[in-house]
Every structure is written in C-alpha cells, then in structure tokens.
Design a protein around this ligand. Structure first.
Ligand SMILES: *Cc1c(COP(=O)(O)O)cnc(C)c1O
Length: 331
C-alpha cells in the first residue's frame, strides 16, 4: 500500500535498527518451526526495552508542547518508568514516577535504576496504573512546572507510533535478510506495542499473524479490557497517521493468548523460570521474569503442544526487562 503517512515530531532516544537474527540452537533444542528474534531488549536507553520506541514520540510531543517535566506510572519494577526516567534525563527534563508498592529498605532492579536516573519517586501502594497521577500533575503545575503526563505503559496513540515505525524497520530487515515470518509473538500488557504492530502491519499489508501473549489480566484505570484498549488505540494511531479522506487499510485481528497469566501480574513461577533458563542456556539471551519470560514460556508451550507447523517461521519480539531479574528470587 502506498500511503502518505504523517508522523509527528520524534525525539531520537534509541539505537536503531535493533538486531534481527535466527536462533538455530534453540530450534535444535526445542524442535519445531524456525525461530527468529527481534532484539528490542537492545534499544539502548539505560538498558533498553520496548518503551524506548514509544518514548521517542511521547517525548517528541512533550518537547513540542514546551513541557519541562514528565509524569508517568507503573508497577514497582516497571521498565516503562525506568526508560521514561532515562529519556527525561537525556532530554534535560525532570521526571516524576508514581509506582505501585511501598518504599523498600533496599531498592533493587528497575527501582534502583530510577533512583540513579534522578527521578522523583512517589510510592502509590496498591495502585500501579497511574491513579495518583492527576493530583501529582496539579501539584507540579501549582509549583510552576509544565508537566506532560504519559499513561502507564506509554500506551496511547502517540506512544504506539513507535511500533508503527518499528514495523517499517522490521520490513526493511526482512527484505534484506530474506526472512519471512509467518507469526510474530510477543508479550502484550498495556497494549500500545500490540496496537502499533497491528497498525503498521495494516499499512504495509503484512500477512504474518500477530500474536500477543497476555501478561496482565487486570483492567487499567480506563476500565477497558486489554483487547478493547488494543482495538481503540489501533484506530487512533491510524487516524493520526492517515489523512481523514484516506480509506483505512484492513487491520489484522487482535489475537491475544491469555492461557499463560499464571497467578497474576508479576508472579514468577516455574514456566517463567524454565523459559528464562532455556533461552539463556541455548542462545545466551536474557529474558525478564515479568513479561518476556512469561511470553516466551507461552511460545515454548505453543510449539511443544503442536500449535505451529514445522515449516512455520516464528519471530519472537524481545521487549526487554532484564533489570527486573535482579529483583527476583531464582532459588
Ligand atoms: C511494557 C512491556 C511489555 C508490554 O508492552 P505493552 O505495550 O505495554 O503491551 C512487554 N515487555 C516488557 C519487558 C515491557 O516492559
């Protein structure tokens, strides 16, 4: 499809393109289809991850509005919050984080990194999806700052643009390498990446299946289920990118596999531990305990239970998160 796309301002934060490569040893160990990995754990900003791509557009938008402060929210070990703190530091902005849980005696993992990156940290107890953020914004405004609020996970249409751009990047790598995935599998949690991938695939007329492994079954403060949010944001991204008069391309379905939610968000169990060890021991690649460990456990289970054909080509999109390994018990 030859479309006129209107990308809004983008602040460079990531080292792109991220690598795309085959995982031959893993395939030998597991059997089944050909396996590839797209390394968004290597986007580079303060240990990387998928939020860096979203932040290029979110921070671009904040700066174009003259804001000097960013506020966002997430779980205590949020990778999104850590990458937001780093993006703000890199752009000379202040950053305030509303984080689930209470202040531990010794901050570890992403929480430690948030301190090092100079973010203001506000512990929010049971709320990890930004319930306290409006009040925080009002207080910062009253103190003379110009805050820009990023929703938890950076999952609005502006953030999702980062994954439309990522699909353009992927397709240029696919053309160069001759790799032709039949399925793209990744961890889906606040839905922005999933929405961006669908919108990008729609624009380019991609024919692979886009399969999100659901990580978190709890609704966000918007009251939408994950599937509903993905659909809503996908439509909004296409509206942002395409002129009103352009006919909307056919959008691939929202495929969410919610078989691997386990005991809930962030509860690490045997499937996550096994998946992390399997990829580490066969390919030297580190997953994280909350998102990619769970999604990869799901992918391994789907392969082992015969849900793919032998001649399928599966691309696992690594979304980062390894700092949380250092806040997890692996005994
Ligand atoms: C945030 C995150 C995801 C999920 O991305 P969403 O756009 O929120 O669905 C997956 N993996 C990691 C490591 C993350 O930090």
């Amino acid at each position: 499809m030859n479309l006129d796309l209107h990308f809004p301002p983008r602040q460079k934060l990531a080292f792109l393109p991220t690598p795309l490569h085959e995982m031959r040893r893993l395939r030998e160990a597991v059997g089944g289809p050909a396996l590839f990995i797209k390394r968004d754990d290597l986007t580079g900003l303060a240990l990387g991850g998928n939020k860096t791509r979203k932040l290029e557009y979110l921070i671009g938008d904040a700066l174009s509005q003259g804001c000097d402060t960013v506020i966002t929210s997430g779980a205590a070990q949020s990778n999104h919050c850590r990458q937001t703190a780093a993006a703000a530091a890199a752009c000379g902005m202040s950053c305030h984080l509303s984080l689930g849980g209470n202040a531990p005696d010794t901050p570890r993992g992403n929480l430690l990194l948030n301190h090092l990156l100079g973010a203001g940290i506000h512990h929010a107890g049971n709320s990890r999806k930004g319930e306290q953020v409006p009040e925080l914004a009002t207080n910062l405004e009253a103190a003379g700052h110009r805050p820009y609020t990023i929703p938890y996970g950076g999952s609005n249409a502006i953030g999702a643009l980062g994954y439309v751009a990522a699909v353009l990047e992927l397709h240029s790598q696919l053309r160069e390498s001759g790799i032709a995935p039949t399925h793209v599998v990744f961890a889906s949690s606040s839905g922005g990446m999933h929405a961006g991938l669908r919108a990008g695939a729609a624009i380019l007329g991609a024919n692979y299946e886009i399969i999100g492994i659901a990580i978190d079954k709890e609704q966000g403060p918007d009251g939408l289920s994950l599937g509903q949010r993905i659909d809503k944001v996908t439509g909004e991204v296409l509206d942002l990118l395409l002129p009103e008069t352009t006919e909307r391309p056919e959008t691939p379905p929202t495929i969410l596999n919610d078989s691997y939610l386990g005991e809930g968000y962030g509860v690490v169990a045997d499937p996550e531990r096994d998946a992390i060890k399997t990829l580490a021991a066969n390919e030297g690649i580190l997953l994280d305990p909350v998102y990619t460990g769970r999604a990869f456990a799901g992918l391994l289970d789907m392969i082992r239970s015969g849900q793919f054909k032998k001649d399928d080509h599966i691309l696992f999109w690594h979304t980062g998160g390894a700092p949380a390994l250092f806040a997890t018990d692996f005994a």
